[in-house]
Design a protein around this ligand. Structure first.
Ligand code: GUN
Ligand code: ZN
Length: 435
């Protein structure tokens, strides 16, 4: 590294990032206990041992000293609703009453762009303080809500995926689009926002019960016309919802099969929840490289059910973790891991912390087909990373004094940590949050 690189910055800390899924590969990650992360402008330049990389630094490059802390790639949350920020922790006995009582009235306010912008700013602050640098975000049925969201995320230079909710039946009239207007608005938003800077668009049919066959047909056509867009929706979350779908689509073999019928299973398609899927559904997701967004805090909060990690892994379904705010009860992916771990235990399986950190970083990036762009510290990837503090609280500090290995460190962070453990968040090489 003899050439002068004035944009080079260096961060000294323990470093962890993944190259493969630790559930299936032996050498899945790189761990540098005394590590150095080199950032060139907005991209990762190198990640390795301090002793090896420090001598290669050009003169004058300042080393930010984060010793005692752990740097990992920024967390990726593959399913949450920015308009539901203000109604997080709203009590209701299950999904359908929760939607009726709180969600729809709250989302109504997003016809006002000024309101959308104000909530988007708070929401992004909340993500960044929680260590999440990329998220797949539902807006509302109003196209103004998408503009509000992307304007705010673009101003901060964040890598975000979002889309306008499509919903043309079984909802209040004040939140309904039509098959035609929904498709027209979606296409307009794709042309405006998809791949503009770091913004990416997701076709967002809310869930099968709130879309007519005409709307699902047009959404499938858009998914084919714009194959590098994302798709996001909900599937098999709650038993009452599953019964409802059965009555609305009697010809479909399963709930997932409704989406399959309209061409909505494909790479970059993310299905929230996936609680009540059968083995044929999981096999079909794997075959089409459709991904599951697993939402443990939401599923426990609403009493929806327990995701079956073991069956999903047998089928090799692309997996990711998600908060599902506002049904999810925390923005921070550490808290999402905490409850994912317990959900796995309740199903008789075991999720190591290493696997959960993989799922919240490279696993999600792979499911999004964004490996090489985000998710680890390969040279040339976007410099989105976070600094975790194992001393963040008195209890974490006390537990951290007794650690024997990396798994125990990650496990303590996941089970005891929250946004207080996020010492700093960097996006595109820029400091965007500091405690
Ligand atoms: N199903 C349809 N809409 C929603 C929503 O907003 N949140 C959750 N958790 N499930 C849904
Ligand atoms: Zn959701």
């Amino acid at each position: 590294m003899s050439t002068v690189m004035p944009s080079l910055r260096a961060y000294r800390a323990s470093l962890l990032h993944f190259h493969a899924d630790p559930a299936f590969a032996e050498h899945a990650y790189s761990w540098h206990e005394d590590g150095l992360l080199l950032v060139d402008g907005d991209k990762i330049h190198a990640a390795g041992d301090y002793a090896q990389l420090a001598p290669t630094l050009p003169e004058g490059v300042e080393v930010h000293d984060y010793r005692g802390k752990l740097i990992v790639p920024g967390f990726i949350d593959t399913h949450l609703h920015f308009p539901q920020t203000d109604m997080i922790a709203s009590p209701a006995p299950g999904l359908l009453p929760w939607l009726e009582t709180y969600t729809f009235p709250t989302e109504r306010q997003f016809s006002d762009p000024a309101h959308g912008r104000e909530v988007a700013e708070f929401f992004l602050d909340q993500l960044l303080r929680s260590g999440t640098t990329t998220a797949m975000v539902y807006c509302t049925v109003h196209k103004e809500s998408v503009d509000a969201f992307f304007e705010a995320s673009e101003a901060r230079g964040l890598r975000m995926v979002a889309g306008k909710v499509l919903m043309d039946r079984n909802c209040p009239e004040f939140l309904a689009d039509t098959a035609e207007s929904g498709a027209r608005d979606s296409e307009e938003l794709i042309r405006k926002w998809h791949k503009r800077g770091r913004s990416l668009y997701a076709l967002t049919p809310r869930f099968a019960p709130t879309s007519t066959e005409a709307q699902l047909t047009l959404t499938g056509e858009l998914a084919r016309a714009y194959p590098d867009t994302f798709i996001q929706t909900h599937v098999s979350e709650n038993r009452d919802e599953c019964e409802w779908v059965k009555s609305l689509f009697p010809a479909s073999r399963s709930y997932l099969d409704v989406y399959d019928h309209y061409g909505l299973l494909r790479p970059r398609a993310f299905f929230g929840h996936c609680i009540w899927l059968d083995d044929r559904d999981f096999a079909r997701m794997a075959e089409t490289q459709s991904a599951a967004a697993v939402c443990p805090t939401s599923n426990l909060f609403l009493g929806s059910g327990l995701f079956d990690f073991e069956r999903a892994d047998v089928a090799r379904v692309p997996l990711s973790l998600a908060s599902d705010v506002g049904a999810g009860t925390a923005f921070c992916m550490l808290q999402t891991m905490n409850e994912a771990y317990k959900v796995a235990r309740m199903k008789g399986s075991y999720l190591p912390a290493l696997r959960m950190f993989y799922l919240a970083t490279l696993g999600a990036a792979r499911a999004m087909q964004l490996e090489g762009t985000i998710g680890n510290f390969a040279p040339g990837t976007e410099a989105d990373f976070i600094v975790l503090d194992p001393q963040a609280t008195p209890l974490l500090a006390r537990r951290s004094a007794e650690l024997n290995n990396l798994e125990e460190l990650l496990f303590a962070l996941a089970l005891l940590g929250d946004d207080r453990a996020i010492a700093a968040t960097y996006s595109g090489g820029r400091l965007v949050h500091q405690r």
